[in-house]
Ligand binder design. Sequence first.
Ligand code: NAD
Length: 315
Amino acid sequence: MISKLKIVMRILVTGVAGFIGSHLCSSLLGRGFEVWGLDDLSRGDRGRVKELEELGLRFVRVDIRDRVEVEKALREARPVGVAHLAALISVPESFEKPDLYMAVNVEGTRNLVSAANEVGVERFVYASSAAVYGNPVRLPIDEEHPTKPISPYGESKLLGEKCVLNEFRGSAFSLRLFNVYGRGQNPEYAGVITKFLERVSRGEPPIIYGDGEQTRDFIYVGDVADAFIQALTSNLRGAYVFNIGTGNAVTINQLARMIIKLAGLNVEPIHADPRPGDIRHSYADISRIKSVLGWQPKIPLEEGLKRLLENLQSG
Ligand code: NAD
C-alpha cells in the first residue's frame, strides 16, 4: 500500500506580533504551512500572538539583537524559509534614537542572516521599504531608482536589505513595501488610512496636512502577505528586489473623500500645516514582480477601505 506523504513547509516569521507579520502568519497557517514566529514583544500585540498560537503557531520570544538566542531559535525551528519583518518602524523616533534603529534593523538583520546561513535556510524574504528611495527623482518609482534615504529609519532598512542580498547564501528577496494598510496597524505609528478611519468612525472629519495633493500608493496587507508567500515558495535562485505596491497614485484628498463617502458622513476634511520632510509624490512601478514572480495586488483600495471600516464599526 502506498502511503500518502504530505510535505509541510516550515517557515519562520520574525515580527510575528506586529501588524504585517501577524497577517502573514495567519495566511500561512490558513494555507497549511507550519509556522514558527519570533518577536521580542517590544512593540507588537501579545493577544494577537495568543490567537495565532491557538491556530498552530510556535512562538519564541527573542530579541533579534541577541545573536546567540537567534541562532538557538533557528536551530530549533530549522525552517525552509525565513520571512523577516521584525524592525523598529517609526521615522520620527529614528531621528531621536538612530543607534537603536541601527542595532535592531541592521545588526538584528545581520544576526538572522548569519544564523539562517548556519542552519541552511533556503529562502530569506526581507521586509524592506519604499523609504529606501528617499525623495523620488522620477515616477513611478522602479527598483533601479536611486536609493537615497532621508531618515535613519530609511537608512537602516537599506543597510538591512544590502546585508540580506549580499550575505544570504540561499535565494534572497527584498520586498520594498509602499504604504501598507489593514486591520491591526500599530496605532502609534499608524499610517494616514488608519488615522482617517478612526476619525470618521467617531463622526469627525479627517485632518489633511498641507494641500492634500500629495500622492501615495496604498497596498492592502493581505496582498502584501501574498507577495511574501509567493517569494517564500518560488523556485527562483539568486537575489531579487521587488516593489510591493499597486502602481496607482492616490492623492490624500481623494483618499479623504473616499473614506468620508464610505462612512456616509457629511463633513469636509480639515487642512493643517504641511509636515516638514513629507515626500510629495510616491508610487510604485510593479512591473518587475508581475513578470518575474507573477504577483499582483487583488484588493482595490475602495474594497480594502470598506473591509477596514466595517471592522472598526463592528468592534
Ligand atoms: P510593527 O511595529 O507592527 O511590527 C514589528 C514587530 O517587530 C513588532 O511586533 C515588534 O515587537 C517586533 N520587534 C521590534 N524590535 C524587535 C527586536 N529587537 N527583536 C524582535 N522583534 C522586534 O510593524 P509593521 O508595520 O508590521 O512592519 C513590519 C515590517 O514591514 C517592518 O520591517 C517595516 O520596516 C516594514 N514596512 C512596513 C510598512 C508599513 O506600511 N507598515 C511599510 C514599509 C515597510
